[in-house]
Design a protein around this ligand. Structure first.
Ligand code: CAA
Length: 248
């Protein structure tokens, strides 16, 4: 298989920068961005922005917290764009609050969207990757899955769980040239971190050794590196991109 036949799927989150980078990497693979159906109204603007950058990126709607809808979405992507060789599980939400106040709905929403989604979205394309002898699965976790974070019991559990998935799938895919890795960003400048109360955000930044947030491009370049054909021997890794916030 030649590089230009690669199809890469990127679910939500810091996905824009990852889509841009993957579209340009791997000799221009076909990138498909997935979005939550209720976000449809933002799409025209998003697509116009990508087109003005000269990037054709496919789109597919689906609820990654649902097994059925994820299976439908991935089947439709494969029908329209071809078999999926690269998958970036990036969709994620926060429902931050202390344990004292957290309701089961807030726990379940984060576990379903951030962790169960990895199983739901990967499952429909996993066997094909094994059968064809090539695959790259990259799970976007978080520094807060590697260490603690006040107010994020749900998010920390989901993000730590993602790397559990990575390690096991890495082992299951190893003889078939399917690599599975985690990228664990620190605090990155996105709508998610913009939502943190300003005084708390400032104190978090002050505690980062590089004294700044990361840029989405800095995550995207790490993903493109792991997705490339050349990186066939890194698997089961958890790559930190966090400005030194957690050093292990
Ligand atoms: N460690 C210890 N104690 C802390 C603390 C900490 N880190 N943060 C707050 N506290 C204490 C406070 O001092 C306060 O104590 P008192 O009651 O004695 O005054 C008490 O806990 C309550 O603190 P808050 O005022 O912060 O409580 P709140 O209910 O208003 O807010 C919260 C809770 C929403 C969780 C808020 O603390 C918060 O937003 N924290 C940041 C969470 C965070 O980092 N989220 C990351 C989002 S981005 C992301 O997730 C991307 C990624 O991957 C990194």
């Amino acid at each position: 298989m030649t590089n230009d036949k690669r199809v890469a799927v990127v679910t939500g989150g810091i996905g824009t920068a990852i889509c841009q980078r993957l579209r340009l990497a791997n000799n221009g693979c076909q990138v498909v961005a997935t979005y939550y159906p209720s976000e449809e109204e933002k799409l025209a603007e998003w697509s116009a922005a990508r087109e003005s950058e000269g990037l054709q990126i496919g789109l597919a709607a689906g609820d990654v917290s649902s097994a059925e809808d994820s299976a439908r979405m991935m089947a439709e992507i494969e029908e329209q764009f071809g078999t999926v060789n690269i998958l970036v599980n990036c969709a994620g939400i926060t429902r931050d609050t202390t344990m004292k106040r957290m309701e089961p709905e807030q726990w379940n929403a984060v576990i379903d969207t951030n962790l169960s989604s990895v199983f739901y979205v990967t499952k429909p394309v996993w066997e094909g990757m094994l059968n064809r002898g090539f695959g790259r699965v990259i799970n976007i976790s978080s520094v807060n899955g590697q260490r603690c974070q006040f107010g994020q019991v749900n998010y920390a559990a989901a993000k730590a769980g993602m790397h559990g998935v990575t390690m096991t799938l890495a082992q299951e895919g190893a003889t078939k040239n399917v690599t599975v890795n985690t990228v664990s960003p620190g605090y990155v400048k996105t709508a998610m971190t913009d939502a943190i109360r300003e005084d708390i955000r400032e104190s978090i930044i002050a505690g980062i050794p590089m004294i700044r947030m990361g840029l989405p491009e800095e995550i995207a370049s790490t993903v493109a590196f792991l997705a490339s054909d050349e990186q066939a021997y890194i698997t089961g890794a958890n790559i930190p991109v966090n400005g030194g916030l957690f050093i292990s």
